[in-house]
Design a protein around this ligand. Sequence first.
Ligand code: ADP
Ligand code: ZN
Length: 219
Amino acid sequence: MNLLLLGPPGAGKGTQAKRLVAEYGWPQVSTGDMLREARAAGTPLGKQAASYMDAGELVPASVVIGVAKERLMGSDVAGGYVLDGFPRNREQAEALDEFLTERAESLDLVVNIRVDPDVIVKRILGRRACAAPDCGGDFNVYFNPPAAEEICDDCGGGLVRRSDDNEETILNRLDVYRRETEPLIEHYRPSGKVVDIDGAAEPDEVYGAIKAEIEKRRG
Ligand code: ADP
Ligand code: ZN
């Protein structure tokens, strides 16, 4: 199955995508993660993207569309994937539509994760990730605090904030989401593939709701 996760920053797309990967084995295709990796590796792509990311702006479509398409042509995504953070505006959605049509593929499910802006700001400001490269430890100082402050429960490594998880950038990211990304829900609505999920619930509950929709479609 090809899934698309839509929702504001901090809606829990990454958290849910990781659970889907673990259960179904469909790779997570996250343009945000790919851009962060490119930055960490200091590639030209990473350098190009950095200032946009820190400002909470969209990285230009000319850059992101190529990155996403290349990833979607990989052999490991042939059995299905979970798109997270792409497409993010109409131009990207149209490029994806075209790409899928050319390959006689389609999206099977579009999950719209809904969360109120005030919850989002707290979630993003509280978000901490383990700095150890392969740990994946993920905490929130408000909602899922580590046992010791700024220390990973899983490996004892230090916890870090994403450079774009600061108050100014968040407000801009929310604004960009409202202007550019939210309209995509209506872009996909006529396809009949969109389901709305309450993202304010506990992660387990959100996951249960997504899983139920997947199982319905797999028959
Ligand atoms: P979040 O959803 O929490 O804002 P992401 O990790 O998806 O975080 O994205 C972080 C940043 O990376 C975005 O603010 C943007 O600058 C850039 N980015 C990620 N995906 C895209 C995309 N599809 N198009 C343009 N910019 C993107
Ligand atoms: Zn860790």
